[in-house]
Design a protein around this ligand. Structure first.
Ligand SMILES: [Cu+2]
Length: 221
């Protein structure tokens, strides 16, 4: 006599197609987002060394006062291969987890004394059990306690809009319309260059160029 079981069964049966339709709508809207990059404007930023040569493996990031969208933060890897950090330069958003897999048949001891992230992973092989969370913005210089020549940088930024420069010294940002401070960052530079204002509208603003005002890169290079 209790109608409930029958009613529940019916409702459950009726939910499935609704769920399926919802899933389809989601995938369609994702496709639309991918197919319409026009929501943002692509801005190329050229970085040059003091002598005018392209500044490879430097970074650019743009900061806006407008609410930036949350970005899915994947775990970032900085490996040790042949007694080098790979990659030597990383740029991540504040809160990103970074792990340090040791691919060498010898042990490394990764550390940083930088104020933005003071940590060490004592003498280890293989993949550390826990990644390191970079929870404060700033420049973090990495070293190895065993191999003095090993050096790498992590730039931690409070923005989802960042990119590393390629071999031509160009970093490409995809920015929604709005007002930004665009920062260039040269790893290991004794003095960084000041940021520039950039208003992004419907038109691409052309190429922004920054030149390093000091020597940068690993010591001794
Ligand atoms: Cu080492």
């Amino acid at each position: 006599m209790n109608p409930c079981p029958a009613r529940w069964t019916k409702t459950d049966g009726g939910r499935k197609p609704v769920g399926g339709a919802r899933a389809l709508r989601w995938s369609l809207s994702l496709l639309a987002a991918v197919a319409l990059p026009a929501a943002g404007v692509v801005v190329d930023v050229q970085l040059k060394a003091q002598d005018g040569a392209p500044a490879k493996d430097a970074a650019v990031y743009a900061v806006t006062k407008a609410a930036a969208p949350a970005r899915a933060r994947r775990e970032v890897l900085i490996e040790q291969i042949g007694k080098q950090f790979v990659p030597q330069v990383s740029i991540v958003q504040t809160g990103t987890s970074v792990n340090f897999p040791n691919r060498d048949p010898i042990r490394h001891h990764v550390y940083s004394f930088s104020p933005a992230k003071n940590f060490e992973i004592k003498l280890y092989s293989g993949v550390p059990a826990n990644p390191v969370v970079f929870d404060k913005p700033g420049e973090v210089v990495l070293g190895c306690n065993i191999h003095d020549h090993m050096i790498a940088w992590v730039l931690v930024v409070d923005s989802p809009y960042f990119a590393k420069t390629d071999a031509a010294g160009v970093a490409r940002l995809d920015l929604p319309a709005g007002d930004y401070d665009v920062h260039a960052w040269f790893p290991g530079a004794t003095k960084q260059v000041p940021p520039r204002k950039l208003s992004v509208g419907a038109q691409a603003p052309g190429v922004l160029t920054f030149s390093a005002t000091s020597r940068y890169g690993p010591p001794g290079k």
